[in-house]
Each structure stands twice: as C-alpha cells, then as structure tokens.
Design a protein around this ligand. Structure first.
Ligand SMILES: Cc1cc2nc3c(=O)[nH]c(=O)nc-3n(C[C@H](O)[C@H](O)[C@H](O)COP(=O)(O)OP(=O)(O)OC[C@H]3O[C@@H](n4cnc5c(N)ncnc54)[C@H](O)[C@@H]3O)c2cc1C
Length: 479
C-alpha cells in the first residue's frame, strides 16, 4: 500500500475507536469530530496530504513492493539519505511551525531505528529481532501511525523506590500461550488514542524482568485505556487561537487492564539487559535525535520570525537589549543548524551498512534546546510586554468597537487587527495553556534534562582534551 491520504488516516482512526477518556467521559462516535481532537486530527491529515502531494521529496520506493513509502520510514544507507530525511522532516515541521512534536515522522523514525538495531538483540534471551524487523516492514508498507509510552507513573522517584511494592507501573503479570498479560500504567503517550498503534517500551532503569519489555499493539486492544489531560484545543476561530485550535496533540496516561499482547507483537520480554541495550546501544538515540533536532530548527526559526515581527511592528529594534535578545535566538538557531550538519558530516556506516548520524552533536543540541527554549519563550514575552495581553478577539474587531480597536491597537504601518494577529500568535505559543505545555514539552519530552546532561558527561570522550594539558603539567614542563 502506498502512502495514505489524509482522509484514509481519518477513516482509520475513527474505525479503530480506541478507548479514550476526556473529562470523565468515554469518547463515542467519530473521534475526528470530538472537540478535543478535531483540530489535531485535521492537522495530522493535512500532513499525510502533503506527503501524497509531494512524493518526489517526501517518499521513497519500497524495495519489496515498489510502492511509494514515507521517507521518515527510510533506514539511511548514505549521507544523502540522512539529508533527504532531514529535509522531509523539516517540510512537515514547517506546516505547524514545529509545534507538532509528534507529527508521524517522530515515531516512524523510532520504529525504523529499532529495526535498524536488531543486531543488539542477537543471541539475547526472550528477544525476537525477526519479528521486530517484520513489524517495521508491515508498518512502513501500510503507513501506520504510532504513539508510544516509555515512562512509569511518578508515584515514587526516590533512589530506593525499588524496595517498595510496585503498585502502579505496567508490568508483565503472566506469560500465556497466546502472549504476555500486561497490567498497570505508563505515561505520557502524546497523541494516545489517535494513532493506529502504540509502542510500549521500558526506558532504561527497569529493576526487574517483569518491567523489561518492548512491544507494539493496536490502539484498540482490549483493556487498553487512554486517559487524556484537559484539552487545550481552543475551538474558536483560528484568528483567536492560531496554534491551539489546530495543534493540541493531547497527552495521555495509558492504563493496561490485563492487556493481552500476542506473541507476534512481542519484541523483548523479561530481559533488562536487552531492553537497555536496545535503547542505549541501538540506533534509537541518534536517529530519533536527528528527527527531533531537524524539527527544533524549524521551531526556532518560527520563534525568531515572531520575535522579529514584534520588533518591527512596534519599532523597538533600535534598543540594544532588544537586539541582544533577538540575537540570543539567532545564536540558538545557528548552533542547532551547525550541530545537525556536524552530526551528518560525522555520520558513519555501521557493520550492517546503515548510515548512523554522530550522537554527540545531537545530544548536545537537544540538551541545549531543553534550556534555551524556555528562554526563547521568555524573550517573546519580554519583547511583547503588554501587547501579549492587549489581544482582543476576532469578534471584537468585527463588532461595534472594531474600528476603534483598529485605530488604538495599530502598530507601525499596520492596523490593530493585523498587529493583534501577530501578538495572539506569540501569546498562543508561549502563554496560553497550549503555550505553557509547549515549554514543558521541549524541556522534558526526550527525558529529564538533568539526567541527559549526565549522559553527555558519561559518554563524552575528553581524552584529547586531557592530552592538551599534558605539556603544561609541572613534571613535563621541567624537562
Ligand atoms: C508534554 C509532555 C509530553 C510527553 N510525551 C511523552 C510520550 O509521548 N511518550 C512517553 O513515553 N513520554 C512522554 N513524556 C514523558 C517524558 O519522557 C518525561 O517527562 C521525562 O522522561 C521525565 O520524566 P518524568 O516526567 O517522570 O520526571 P521525573 O523523573 O519524575 O522527574 C521529576 C523531577 O525530579 C528530578 N529527578 C527525578 N529522578 C531523578 C534522578 N534519578 N536524578 C536526578 N534528578 C531526578 C528531575 O530532574 C525532575 O526535576 C512527555 C512529557 C511531557 C512533559
């Protein structure tokens, strides 16, 4: 099957009819018409539409069927492949200004990365690399969409939590002839309930075998429940809510009520070492980070555009501190662009012929963004000042006071309605409920920034740096 259209995606998600709970109610009927999901499902469908329309740049030919498939499913073999993938990812990201963290390319990349890593499962007990590869091919050929959940509920994060009885985390309760039985909960599946499948994986740190697994199941598997946070999807006209009316991806707690995972969908079970190796030593990190940083570059450009738009509209560009603040975003953007090119430049082919981007530049980029994104959002607020609150709605401009608002809220060479349109965009990106969630998302979605920087510390090869100081150390200097 070639890449799907937006309509096909919608039809599929409505037919799946997963168990999704919003504000205490189970979603019934077509989920694509539910107020919490209407905007995001429409936006996701638009992405599939773009992919269909620009097949030259967004698809590749299947080796097995000849069908055109989504480039985000491609396992790169050359540096040119990496570049093609990046451009495709950025083309999709442009459609939302990079605010859709879970456009389908994110998880397509993850499943491709898992399939590209099956070598780390070779010879491991309770691991099924062949099934993983077959599943990747099935997903790729059918243009499946995915959500995922890797993290355990927050009930106890102390170092000695493993001594307590586990009563929340999703775990293997039984291994039957049909498959695994999973009970408990996991978080935080963004787009939970509006994708074909969910990948469930234990992030590193599992303390016992019952928590060490990797599998994928359809979103409508019996006993699987998605509990949504409050919706931030403002239903109003797009003038009022330019981003939140279209791109609220919804985050969900996932509950497993004795869910049966059939064996053909189990890739790892009861093996802490293998689950950790797939995460740490496989290609999950470099490939996923390559997708993430590609998107974050587009998002930074988007923020820069809004910042410069504000500066021009109220003419604050002569002030030195304003220039410095815009330049903070410029520096962030240029560093991210340089880091992704470095990761591609230093990419290397591994033993299985796969072109793997260099990890370090990508780790640095994502960890840097966790710190700089909240600052970029703050810069928009500082530049916008009261303008972030003088933001009447479309109805005000169309009503009796509209003409006065156009006059009193004008900017330099723009009438009030146009100036407010820009400031509402800045507000929706950084201050609405949707905007606050954007900041939390960029801080945490790829893991805790504190522990990510520890990982960089642990992995960084600073032997060369140590060598540079040797000639200056007292013993050698005396010679
Ligand atoms: C908007 C959003 C969307 C997300 N979407 C997804 C998704 O789709 N799928 C998915 O699987 N996950 C998703 N996540 C979860 C994300 O992966 C986690 O937020 C992240 O891994 C951090 O884990 P936590 O939230 O449980 O924080 P915690 O681990 O509970 O940390 C809370 C605080 O305690 C500190 N802390 C805790 N333990 C330690 C430690 N050992 N050492 C040092 N400090 C510690 C942290 O630094 C942090 O300040 C999402 C998160 C957000 C915010």
């Amino acid at each position: 099957m070639p890449v799907i259209s937006g309509e096909e995606y919608k039809k599929r998600i409505n037919a799946i009819n997963a168990e999704v709970w919003v504000a205490g109610n189970k979603v019934t009927g077509d989920i694509s018409e539910h107020p919490a999901f209407k905007g995001i499902i429409r936006s996701q469908a638009e992405l599939y539409g773009l992919q269909c329309d620009d097949q030259d740049n967004m698809t590749f030919s299947s080796e097995t069927t000849g069908n055109r498939l989504g480039l985000s499913y491609l396992i790169p073999k050359t540096k040119g492949d990496l570049e093609r993938r990046r451009k495709m990812i950025q083309q999709w990201a442009l459609h939302s200004g990079g605010v859709m963290g879970r456009s389908p390319d994110y998880m397509n990349t993850v499943i491709a990365a898992f399939a590209a890593s099956i070598d780390v499962l070779d010879g491991e007990a309770n691991c099924y690399p062949d099934r993983l590869l077959q599943f990747y091919e099935y997903a790729r050929e059918n243009d499946l969409s995915f959500t995922h959940t890797f993290v355990n509920p927050q009930s106890n994060r102390s170092k000695l939590a493993f001594l307590e009885e586990d009563v929340t985390n999703a775990r293997i309760m039984d291994r039957t002839e049909q498959g695994l039985i999973i009970k408990g909960a996991k978080l935080l599946a963004t787009q939970g309930g509006i994708t074909d499948e969910i990948i469930v994986f234990s992030a590193p740190g599992a303390q016992d075998n019952a928590h060490a697994y990797c599998f994928s199941i359809p979103s409508n598997t019996e006993g699987l429940k998605f509990i949504c946070r409050e919706s931030f999807a403002n239903e109003g006209v797009s003038y009022d809510y330019p981003l939140s009316s279209r791109f609220d991806e919804v985050d969900t707690l996932v509950i497993f009520d004795d869910v049966l995972v059939p064996w053909e969908r189990v890739f790892i079970h009861d093996n802490i070492r293998a689950a950790t190796r797939l995460y740490v030593q496989g290609k999950f990190v470099p490939f996923t980070l390559h997708q993430i940083v590609s998107r974050q570059i587009i998002k930074t450009d988007f923020l820069l555009g809004i910042a410069q738009g504000i500066v021009d509209t109220i003419q604050i560009g002569d002030y030195q501190h304003v220039q410095s603040k815009v330049v903070e975003i410029v520096k962030g953007l240029e560093v991210m662009k340089a880091l992704i090119i470095k990761s591609e430049h230093e990419a290397a082919v591994d033993a299985s012929g796969i072109m793997v981007p260099a990890r370090q530049p990508l780790y640095v980029a994502v960890n840097q963004f966790q710190e700089s994104y909240p600052r970029f959002a703050e810069i928009l607020q500082i530049l916008g000042a009261s303008g972030m609150m003088s933001i009447p709605q479309k109805a005000d401009f169309e009503g009796e006071v509209g003409k006065q608002l156009d006059h009193f809220l004008q900017g330099v060479e723009v009438k009030g309605e146009d100036r407010v349109s820009l400031f509402r965009l800045a507000w929706d990106l950084t201050m609405s409920s949707f905007g606050s969630r954007q900041t939390l998302y960029e801080r945490f979605f790829f893991g805790d920034p504190v522990r990510l920087s520890q990982t960089i510390y642990q992995l960084y090869d600073d032997n060369k740096a140590l060598e540079t100081i040797q000639p200056f150390l007292s013993k050698k200097a005396d010679k």
